[in-house]
Design a protein around this ligand. Sequence first.
Ligand code: SF4
Length: 525
Amino acid sequence: MNDDHAAVQAAMAAAAQATGGMLYPELAAQSDESVVKEGRRLDHAEGTSHPIRPPSEPQPRGARVRGNRRVSQSEAANRFIAATQHEKMHDERLWDLRQKRDRVMHRIPEWEELRSLASAIKEHTLTHLDEYLDQFEANARSNGIHVHWARDGAEHNRIVHNILRDRGATSLIKSKSMLTEECGFRDYMASVGVKVIETDLGERIQQLDNEDPSHVVVPAVHKLRTDVAQVFAKTLGTDPGNSDVHYLAEAQREATRPLILKADAGMTGANFVVAETGTFVVCTNEGNADLSANVPQLHIASIGIEKIIPRLEHLAVFVRLLSRSALGSPMTQYTSHFRGPRAGGEMHVVLVDNGRSKRLGMEEFWTSLKCIRCGACMNTCPVYRRSGGLSYGATYSGPIGLIIDPTFNRHKYSALPFSSTLNGSCTNVCPVKINIHEQIAAWRKVMAENHELPLMKKSAMKAAGILLAHPTLYRAAIASADVALNVLPRFAIYNRLNAWGRHREVPHAPHQTFHSWYRKNRGTQ
Ligand code: SF4
């Protein structure tokens, strides 16, 4: 240890002592020998530093998904909330994205006009979907692209497998695609012996951890750096005690690049498909879609049929909204246009329905097809921010998940529409103006009408219905509750049965209700 380093440590120890030992006690306590080499302090990029970190907390896992049984989001959310470091980090990280979104939005005076325009373009396209899909197919074919149609996830997987098998391809690099998550693509490919390598960093972390993405834009946002360090230590052989982001990112890059360079085929999704040109656009911040599309000779794009827009000029509207809504940045780092196969290469597009036509026919829910997967509704949702995306036990989480997931399986996801405060913030931030909170409320009605409510909720709602339908009974109940709140001892009010009171105080009962005041003062009017 050289003199400078010893002086720094002594100063830190003195500062810690002066502040009652509260100044980064873990730094003062640990030996810092390993970050200094030949008298020089190594920086993080050299992968040997020990960043400050609290004792790590095990990562809470997602909802328990068992066949067709109803998924309990609240059970998984409870476990996530109990993991306080995760819950705090997740809440703050996503709220930060929401605030960044607000800041960039305020710099665009025509923001609301853009939202209305985007919503109208989507509405027009969805109501003429067959025409625009036909137009895209014809133009894409004339650009030299092979176009396939898949009714559902199983057909999509078979089509992709056939393309790969016919060309002897056994490894595939792919960029992030929620559609392939819907289709159970990775599991299927593993079952037929095709090795799939995710190229998006967050998605790769999730793949190595055998978990689904927890957010449509930032798939591993629920993980602490220490969680990633554990995953990489197990799968890539890195130092489990080193959670430095540069070290982890570099280790992942070194492990994955050789796989990318020798892959037989590449796969991307698409953010937008342009009917008039027969082309498609992929937006990423890591440039990984460009690797997937350009390194191998064979490029396959899996695209949901709702991604279509009529004209190239419409793209400007969506590109201005997408990244600002998602991450609060003016533009994605890479906005790549794919117009056809490169010289000597092959390009395939698989247009996937997987329940979208059925959803288009659902009077109250068809506008959910306008979604451009920006994640803004998730970032603003108080329930999502505090419970983590994996607690929903479905491909899509947060507010957009609440209105899409039940279209795939009404019974299994029947509890999800109740995981919302219905505060309307999701609707306010949605760049394509989907009335998300109204659709969530409509789904609750559908669940009640189809007897999909759990017994407890059903009984409670029934009791509330009787109470609200009988004014005398209601007033008597309110009066008794007021008395009870004033006279009962604290333990009788704040116990396991009172979930609401677990994190907050029950309000004081008013001395007089509005009804009794009205009768007393205006009773005769
Ligand atoms: S519903 Fe709206 S806010 Fe939510 S992901 Fe889709 S486009 Fe974004």
